[in-house]
Design a protein around this ligand. Structure first.
Ligand code: PXP
Length: 246
């Protein structure tokens, strides 16, 4: 069964709404781990709109499962990642005006800058993953610049509102998984996954991990982080492809 990385950015979003010290994403990470999270994901954005430098450094000390840092390829952020050394860095596109990461990083267009960042991170022993759209040429280019994993953008699936769009998005993801495996990459998925839509994605063979944030934090408001994570883990287990069930 695929692993679950819990993105806790929006715990920090609530804190930043009042520029105070609660709720603390470090506490949220502890609760997520107790609920069964296999990884904790945070995005240190250049504008620090939610997660900040203090969070990343404390999480590095406190998280016992995989710590995945989502980040742009801005030199300042790459410097911080090289210093903090998360287990994994996921390179994402970043635009200040966006509400959340929209679409994937264009590895082909930004090849030289991306490759430079990948090399620096790998030298520090960090596993590097690319958040990209499930486009075969982008997946092959990711392998070419030295990534060991790709996280395929599941937004087209999440935003589909007609059955044929959903089917097409799942087919595109399935092809992306095949291409990724052919070129030796680990294949993760993320963006827009929720308790309501996870079943067909969890049932796809080949995804090793999902990164899920907004939906889990939203559920945690009502049932607590530990229970919210436990419920998502239960769905991943229930819908896992038969050969992957534990
Ligand atoms: N994966 C990546 C690379 C992301 O940028 C995000 C959003 O921060 C997520 C997963 C989680 O998306 P969501 O909050 O929609 O679950």
């Amino acid at each position: 069964m695929a692993l679950l990385g819990v993105n806790i950015d929006h715990v920090a979003t609530v804190r930043q709404a009042r520029r105070t010290d609660e709720p603390d994403p470090v506490w949220a990470a502890v609760e997520a781990e107790l609920g069964g999270a296999d990884g904790i994901t945070v995005h240190l954005r250049e504008d620090r709109r939610h997660i900040n430098d203090r969070d990343v450094r404390l999480l590095r000390q406190s998280v016992g499962v995989k710590l995945n840092l989502e980040m742009s390829i801005a030199p300042e952020i790459v410097d911080i990642a090289c210093d903090v050394r998360p287990d994994q860095a996921t390179l994402v596109p970043e635009r200040r005006e966006e509400l959340t990461t929209e679409g994937g990083l264009d590895i082909i267009k930004h090849r030289d800058r991306v490759q430079g960042a990948v090399e620096r991170l790998r030298e520090r022993g960090i596993t590097v993953s690319a958040f990209i759209e499930p486009i075969p040429d982008q997946i092959k280019a990711s392998a070419g610049v030295g990534f060991s994993a790709v996280e395929l953008w599941t937004g087209a699936f999440a935003h589909a509102d007609k059955p044929d769009e959903t089917r097409a998005a799942l087919d595109t993801l399935a092809r992306g998984i095949d291409v990724g495996r052919e070129v030796g990459l680990e294949v993760l998925g993320g963006h827009g996954l929720t308790y309501r839509n996870i079943a067909p994605i969890a049932a796809m063979p080949g995804f090793t991990e999902f990164n899920i944030g907004h939906s889990i934090v939203s559920r945690a408001v009502f049932v607590g982080m530990r229970e919210a994570v436990r419920l998502m883990k239960e769905l991943l287990e229930r819908h896992a492809p038969p050969e992957a069930r534990s």
